[in-house]
Design a binder for this molecule. Structure first.
Ligand code: SF4
Length: 396
C-alpha cells in the first residue's frame, strides 16, 4: 500500500521550508496570479523555484494553486505562467476552473492536474468523470461524512484528496459571495475578506433584535479530523490536506509535526497508536475552536461560532532557534518568558526537551537578563541538551 501523502499549506518561502522540515510530503502554495489568496501571496515564480529546489532535497513536492474562477480579463498570461511552473519543477497545479484544468492537460506538461475542492466533488461518478478529462486527482468537497469519503475513495478510479485539518467555509467550500457583497472583494478571485467571521447586528423589520453585547457571527469552527486517520488510510485516500496558507510558522510546524508522527505511527503499528496524544499535540497550535465538520454528521449549532469570540491569541509560541554554537543557542523571542518558566524545545522529531529558564545573554553575550519580553529580540541561552537550527520553543 502506498503511504498516504501529508499535504501542508505555506504562505511564503519561510513557512514552506518549515512545512517540509517538519514532515510534509508536499506543500501547496499560491502564486501572485490565478490563485485564491493571491492578494497575500509572496510567491513570485523565482520564489516557487526556490521552494521546489528546497523541497526536492527532502523528497517533497510542491503543488501550486491556480484556483481562481476567472473572468475574461483574468486569463491573460495563463499559458506562460503554466509553462513557468512546469519549467521550475512544480509537481501539480490545483485548478478550480474546468477550462484551466483542461487547458493544462492539453498543454502536455509534466504537471499533474488536481481539481480543487471548489468544484464540490461529492460522489464517485463525478470524480470518475474528471478522470476522463485527464485530471489526475480530485480534492473532495468538505461537505462529506467519513462514510461517504470511504465509499468514494474505495470505488473511485482517480486519486482522492481529503481535508483533515483547518478552516471551513460556512458556505459550500469557496462558493461564497459574502465577501463580494460586503467589501467588493471577490472570494473566488483571491479576495475573501472572511466576512463570515465578522460580528453582525441581527435585524427584523429594520429593528435590531440581537443582543447589543453579543453580536452575531456566521463563522464555522475549524476542522480537526485526526481521529479518522485509520479509516482514511484504509479507504485508499491518496492525500490528506491541511488548510491554512495564512497560518503562522508555529501553527504549520506544530500541525504538520503532529500529523507526520500520527501517520508514521499508524504505518508502524496501528494497534499501538495513541491518537489522543497526537490530537493534544496538534491542538497546541490552535487559536480557534475545532470540530469534526461533516465527518460525523451535518454540523449543527455546535459546529458554529454564532456569538462567541472566534479567535484567541495564543502565547504558546515563545521562540525559534536561529543558530546553535556548541551548547548555546541563539533564540528569536516571539512571546514573553522569564525566570522559572519552563521552555519546551521541539523539532521535527517526536522527542522534546524541557528547560527551567534562568537567564539569557544579549547579542554581545555579555549582559544577563532573566526576562525576555521584546518580540523578535535575539538572545543566547545555555542549554544542557542539543538542539538544531529551526527548533521552536513553546510553553512547557
Ligand atoms: S466569507 Fe467565509 S464562507 Fe465566504 S468564502 Fe470567505 S471564509 Fe468562506
Amino acid at each position: 500500500m502506498e503511504k498516504i501523502e501529508l499535504l501542508a499549506p505555506a504562505g511564503d518561502l519561510e513557512r514552506l521550508k518549515i512545512a517540509v522540515m517538519y514532515g510534509a510530503d508536499a506543500v501547496f502554495i499560491g502564486g501572485k496570479r490565478f490563485s485564491l489568496r493571491s492578494r497575500a501571496s509572496n510567491f513570485e515564480v523565482e520564489d516557487i523555484e526556490q521552494g521546489v529546489i528546497f523541497a526536492k532535497k527532502y523528497g517533497a513536492k510542491i503543488h501550486v494553486t491556480v484556483n481562481m474562477l476567472p473572468h475574461d480579463d483574468d486569463l491573460e498570461g495563463l499559458q506562460e505562467y503554466i509553462r513557468d511552473l512546469d519549467r521550475v519543477g512544480v509537481y501539480a497545479v490545483i485548478c478550480a476552473s474546468l477550462y484551466i484544468a483542461k487547458k493544462v492537460v492539453a498543454m502536455k506538461t509534466n504537471l499533474e492536474v488536481h481539481l480543487s475542492t471548489q468544484q464540490s466533488s461529492l460522489n464517485t461518478l463525478t470524480t470518475d468523470f474528471y478522470k476522463e478529462l485527464g485530471i489526475e486527482r480530485v480534492v473532495l468537497g468538505r461537505e462529506l461524512s467519513i462514510k461517504q469519503i470511504e465509499t468514494i475513495s474505495s470505488n473511485a478510479e482517480i486519486e482522492i484528496e481529503a481535508f483533515i485539518h483547518g478552516g471551513m467555509c460556512s458556505n459550500y467550500s469557496g462558493r461564497c459571495t459574502l465577501s463580494n457583497y460586503m467589501t467588493f472583494r471577490d472570494a473566488n478571485r483571491g479576495g475573501c475578506a472572511q466576512s463570515c467571521r465578522w460580528k453582525y447586528h441581527v435585524l427584523e423589520n429594520e429593528k435590531v433584535i440581537s443582543d447589543a453585547d453579543v453580536l452575531f457571527s456566521m463563522s464555522s469552527k475549524d476542522l480537526m479530523a485526526a481521529q479518522y486517520l485509520p479509516q482514511l488510510i484504509k479507504a485508499n485516500v491518496a492525500s490528506l490536506k491541511i488548510e491554512g496558507r495564512m497560518k503562522s510558522l508555529y501553527y504549520i510546524a506544530t500541525v504538520v509535526r503532529g500529523y507526520r508522527h500520527l501517520i508514521d505511527g499508524f504505518y508502524q503499528d496501528p494497534s499501538q497508536l495513541d491518537i489522543e496524544y497526537y490530537i493534544d499535540e496538534i491542538t497546541r497550535a490552535e487559536n480557534r475552536p475545532v470540530d469534526t465538520g461533516f465527518y460525523e454528521k451535518n454540523p449543527d449549532e455546535s459546529g458554529h461560532l454564532y456569538s462567541q469570540k472566534s479567535e484567541n491569541v495564543t502565547h504558546d509560541f515563545l521562540g525559534r532557534v536561529l543558530k546553535v554554537d556548541g551548547n548555546k543557542a541563539l533564540i528569536q523571542v516571539r512571546n514573553k518568558f522569564e525566570e522559572n518558566d519552563v521552555l519546551e524545545f521541539f523539532g521535527p522529531q517526536q522527542k522534546t526537551f524541557k528547560l527551567d529558564f534562568k537567564s539569557a545573554y544579549n547579542e554581545k553575550k555579555a549582559l544577563m537578563q532573566n526576562i525576555c519580553n521584546v518580540p523578535m529580540e535575539e538572545v543566547w541561552i545555555d542549554l544542557p541538551f542539543i538542539v538544531e537550527e529551526n527548533y521552536l520553543i513553546r510553553k512547557g
